[in-house]
Design a binder for this molecule. Structure first.
Ligand code: BDP
Length: 726
């Protein structure tokens, strides 16, 4: 017998296997900032040679953060740290900073880069070849560094660089719907990452990593609390906690904003009214603004949900949205703060199609808002549905700043169990042509202020972030946070290019993984539309929880919370007639758009039942009857999830075991839920069409009463303060 007994040798092998497995386990906490080791020796050697020396004087906190990130990234990817140098060693040096921080080198930043842009360029300085990452400001350097690291993360050559980039949108903001009790309204990734109990004393590493991740994609604002706001957020007890967060975020170029309750002067200040034209109310807000800026000198401003879903607002006191927004704008203006005022308003006492109400309320106030007010408009006219046409307010208020509100948290897209890459949804809306200033007036151009340079510009994403180890619940939901940042920076970037970068940074550069999984991501949103709300159907989810299908819902608290209000299925057909013979919501769009969608010959199938009520036997472009087409889409949708699981199964071994298995399990859940959606909807609509499901399709797994009887308790995303039941 040798030194080791058989038993001991077996134990050693097991230990070794455990260590190897450990090395391949990844809980996703690092997001797209994995900085995976470059294992090809030749490739790593080339990078190391080109990056051997650097000049990076870092006096400010932001430059220090940029430098730390750079060194962390290089160490992770190349297991090496460049050497500080004073003299440039040709071909082996890179230089990072601003004209101010690099005084001795007389660096000139080209025009057009602005206060947040950067230049990454291979160039000659003092006749020596080097790489420069330069910007006008420290935060520009930070963005440049993250993008330089990205080049290495996605294995790009860095010997002939010439990248000049700057944001196309000013306010790039995440909206957290986080409550003070740490529940998250419509949050599916655990509880709030803000640990109010331990603030201000304890600075959780998560706050820093959150800020790093945001800065890496150019997000420069964070609204940290729910739009259904608690007035307490403005109390000194909370302001001191918020100050700690602001101090962390500032280093990464992120400003803090707060959602405020319009009745705060009453709730918190003990006043008799919150009437925006009342002098004592104005004074209360002005004093409150001074107090906030005392704690947070670079505070960003307020987000307001007013007169919407039970929230108080200026109309509560007989005033208008403009009165309310302008009063708050006036108290913030001396401090350079802004007001993001939401256009998500609708009232069941108004006898008009819900989809028309925001436009009706706001359009008359075009040009009436202060310069530091920006109206925050959801991408579509109802409410973050899997597919909506663009909101008619885009382009309709040329004298008012408008910002986009997308929803990253998957309230209507399968929570955090469904893989839905949302960039195609964002791009569909952003590239839609509003025709409001002639052909080519896309939503993207409206948002970028192309038609009125005086306006301020913005894009908000309702965050999908929580305390889960992997931040977003589903490993692929991280891609929606990432893609939002990228598209807020430049709304015209392609979903495919973003997915490509994200996959490489988050998982691996292996083309055998990136190419099939990218395809899967790009198709995922359409798949979900197919198994949830095909052909323009909308708002047919479970009541209140918004979990699973609920096309039969007809007894919610308000008529416009019922599914039947939206699909209008009857024996004659299905769909919401929004043409001139119906609610005429189409009249809110430019004539070209209206004509296109009103005409059945030109209205795309995607919006058919959003705008038209059609008979079950209506002949579709495919030649099928409308009924057969609906059935086809539901089956196609559920089947595509099956295909997705097959693709993913082939990825075993290409990514770490932990995330591979997690995604595999999530996809099984998604498949089961997609099948439930399909069967429940098809069976329910069949009670009106009275037509058969073609024999080529599998029979629904259960009869309709089974689906109607499904009950869900303690569904995530609810249970906070001010929770609404729509
Ligand atoms: C709806 C959500 C609700 C939000 C509301 C909003 O169900 O929880 O409060 O949007 O945006 O989609 O204010």
């Amino acid at each position: 017998m040798t030194k080791y007994s058989l038993k001991n040798r077996c134990l050693l092998v097991l230990l070794l296997l455990a260590v190897i497995n450990q090395a391949h386990a990844d809980n996703g906490y690092k997001l797209w900032l994995e900085y995976n080791r470059i294992t090809a020796p030749q490739q790593a050697a080339v990078y190391k040679q080109q990056l051997a020396y650097f000049i990076f004087p870092a006096a400010s906190d932001q430059l220090k953060a940029a430098k730390t990130e750079l060194l962390t990234g290089l160490d992770g990817m190349l297991s090496f740290i460049p050497r500080d140098t004073k003299a440039i060693i040709s071909g082996q040096t890179f230089i990072v900073g601003t004209p101010r921080s690099l005084k001795s080198l007389s660096i000139v930043v080209p025009d057009g880069i602005g206060s947040e842009g950067y230049l990454i360029k291979t160039t000659l300085i003092n006749q020596q070849k080097c790489t420069i990452i330069i910007a006008n400001t420290d935060v520009g350097v930070l963005y440049g560094v993250f993008n330089f690291l990205k080049l290495i993360q996605i294995h790009q050559p860095i010997n002939r660089l010439d990248i000049s980039d700057h944001p196309h949108i000013m306010y790039r903001v995440l909206d957290h719907w986080d409550n003070l009790n740490r529940s998250v309204e419509r949050g599916y990734a655990g509880s709030s990452i803000w640990n109010w109990h331990k603030l201000p004393g304890i600075v959780d590493q998560r706050y820093i990593d959150y800020a790093r991740a945001n800065a890496s994609v150019g997000i420069n604002g964070s609204v940290i609390n729910n739009v259904n706001a608690d007035a307490l957020i403005l109390s000194p007890q909370y302001l001191i906690k918020i100050q700690t967060l602001a101090n962390v975020f500032r280093v990464y170029g992120i400003k803090i904003y707060l959602s405020v309750k319009f009745s705060s002067p009453v709730d918190l200040g003990g006043l008799k009214t919150a009437d925006p034209l009342d002098a004592t109310v104005k004074k209360w807000w002005a004093d409150k603004a001074d107090e906030i800026y005392h704690y947070i000198p670079d505070f960003g401003g307020f987000l307001v949900k007013a007169n919407s879903e039970g929230q108080p607002g200026p109309q509560t006191y007989g005033r208008t949205h403009a009165d309310g927004a302008n009063m708050l704008a006036d108290v913030l203006a001396p401090h350079h703060g802004i007001v993001m005022w939401r256009a998500f308003v609708y009232d069941n006492n108004v006898p008009d199609d819900r989809s028309k109400q925001a436009y009706n309320e706001f359009k008359p106030f075009d040009g009436k808002f202060r310069d530091n007010v920006i109206i925050q408009v959801k991408n579509g006219p109802i409410d973050f549905q899997p597919r909506e046409p663009f909101h008619p307010l885009f382009g309709a208020m040329p004298n008012t700043s408008l910002m986009m509100e997308f929803q990253l948290t998957q309230e209507y897209l399968g929570f955090s169990t469904h893989l839905v890459y949302e960039a195609p949804l964002f791009a569909e809306c952003l590239q839609a042509d509003t025709y409001t200033q002639g052909k080519g007036s896309t939503v993207s151009r409206v948002l970028q202020g192309d038609f009125n340079k005086k306006l301020i510009t913005g894009m908000a994403g309702v965050a999908n972030i929580g305390s889960d180890l992997n931040w977003c619940g589903h490993p692929f939901a991280q891609a929606n946070w990432y893609a939002f940042g990228r598209m807020a920076w430049n709304p015209d970037q392609s979903p495919a290019a973003i997915a490509d970068d994200w996959l490489k940074m988050t998982f691996t550069n292996d083309a055998g993984f990136v190419s099939p999984v990218k395809r899967l991501m790009l198709e995922s949103r359409e798949n979900t539309v197919n198994y949830m709300t095909p052909l323009g159907l909308h708002h047919i989810m479970g009541v209140s929880t918004h979990y699973g299908p609920g096309p039969w819902v007809d007894n919610a608290g308000r008529p416009d919370w019922n599914a039947t209000y939206y699909h209008k299925a009857d024996s004659a057909g299905i769909g919401f007639n929004r043409t001139s013979t119906g609610s005429n919501a189409l009249s809110q769009y430019a004539p070209e758009v209206k004509a296109n969608w009103e005409n059945l010959q030109t209205c795309p199938d995607e919006y058919l039942l959003w705008f038209h009520h059609l008979s079950w036997t209506y002949k579709m472009r495919s030649g099928k009857s409308l009924w057969d087409e609906i059935v086809h889409h539901y089956y196609m949708g559920a089947d595509s999830v099956k295909q997705m699981t097959l693709t993913w199964n082939k990825m075993q071994g290409k990514v770490d075991a932990e995330r591979f298995t997690e995604v595999q399990q999530l996809m099984q859940t998604q498949l089961a839920e997609a099948t439930t959606w399909r069967d429940a909807c098809v069976l329910y609509f069949q009670t009106f069409s009275k037509m058969p499901i073609e024999a080529i399709y599998a029979k629904p797994e259960h009869p309709l009463p089974y689906y109607k009887g499904m009950k869900f308790y303690y569904v995530p995303g609810i249970g906070g303060n001010n929770y609404m039941t729509n």
